[in-house]
Design a protein around this ligand. Structure first.
Ligand SMILES: [Fe+2]
Ligand SMILES: [Fe+2]
Length: 267
């Protein structure tokens, strides 16, 4: 895969669609970049994909819902792979408000996003979307301080933001389709890439941070950077614990980049 690529949006569980894409990481593989759609009484879009895929993302969204029906746009955090099409979605969803916290609002204000569309929520608080509550939480692992995942108390779906991501050799439909070793290694690579500070946590501290999620007993984990993971939350927790001991991530340097570009020209 040479360029960011959208896959077909599809149903991943009760009331829930994935709007999946993949981004290539040259020399490393690919990483999933997922947005999600919760067909609650008040429909919720979770994240807005990458701006580089603007046209395809908006088409995919329109195939799953009339954007004008959206009531909430839950931004897990303000990285470019999560807010890429926020402005475009807001333009087509005049009823929708952006769910974030104070730090997220501050970052969005720097990107000139309209603050009168914001709805502030803190971890531990719930958003009532008519037929269910969505409970905000800070994941045990994240790359931005405003990060808030959400737990759908009606379906048992856990939307984990950047936590529990995985680098992969190629796209996969389900996390359960990956061999245990491939998933463990891919999650360790992602964790070291995205949250290198994880190595500084002791195992007891990380277990503490994971405990609230374990208590939720999520049926389906929907990570921004992981294929859908059904009935395997404990494996994800174990893999994240193991990732603390993985080798630090060191990216290609300029010489390696030029070698890769040279190879690309020959190929
Ligand atoms: Fe991120
Ligand atoms: Fe991300």
């Amino acid at each position: 895969m040479q360029h960011p690529t959208l896959l077909e949006p599809h149903r991943v569980g009760e009331d829930t669609d994935a709007l999946p894409a993949y981004a290539p990481l040259p020399g490393l593989g690919v990483v999933p970049v997922n947005a999600h759609l919760i067909h609650a009484r008040q429909p919720v879009l979770v994240d807005t994909g990458m701006a580089v895929l603007h046209d395809g993302f908006m088409q995919a969204l329109r195939r799953r819902i009339d954007p004008a029906a959206l009531r909430w746009i839950w931004i897990t955090h303000c990285d470019a792979d999560h807010v890429g099409n926020l402005r475009a979605v807001l333009a087509e969803a005049p009823q929708a408000r952006v769910v974030t916290n104070y730090a997220g609002m501050g970052k969005m204000s720097l990107q000139q996003l309209p603050l009168d569309r914001v709805h502030l929520l803190n971890p531990g608080q719930a958003l009532d979307v008519g037929d269910r509550k969505l409970v905000a939480f800070q994941p045990p692992c994240y790359d931005a301080p405003e990060t808030m995942g959400l737990f759908d108390v009606r379906t048992g779906h856990l939307f984990s933001a950047d936590c529990f991501g995985a680098l992969l050799a190629e796209p996969a439909e389900h996390a359960g389709a990956l061999s245990p070793g491939v998933l463990r290694e891919g999650m360790a690579q992602w964790a070291m890439f995205d949250a290198p500070w994880l190595r500084r946590l002791g195992p007891a501290q990380l277990l503490d941070a994971l405990a609230p999620l374990r208590d939720l007993e999520p049926e389906l984990v929907l990570g921004s950077h992981l294929p859908p993971a059904a009935n395997m939350a404990q494996r994800l927790f174990d893999n994240l614990l193991a990732a603390r001991e993985a080798a630090p991530f060191v990216g290609p340097d300029q010489a390696a980049l030029e070698r890769m570009m040279g190879l690309a020209e020959v190929a």
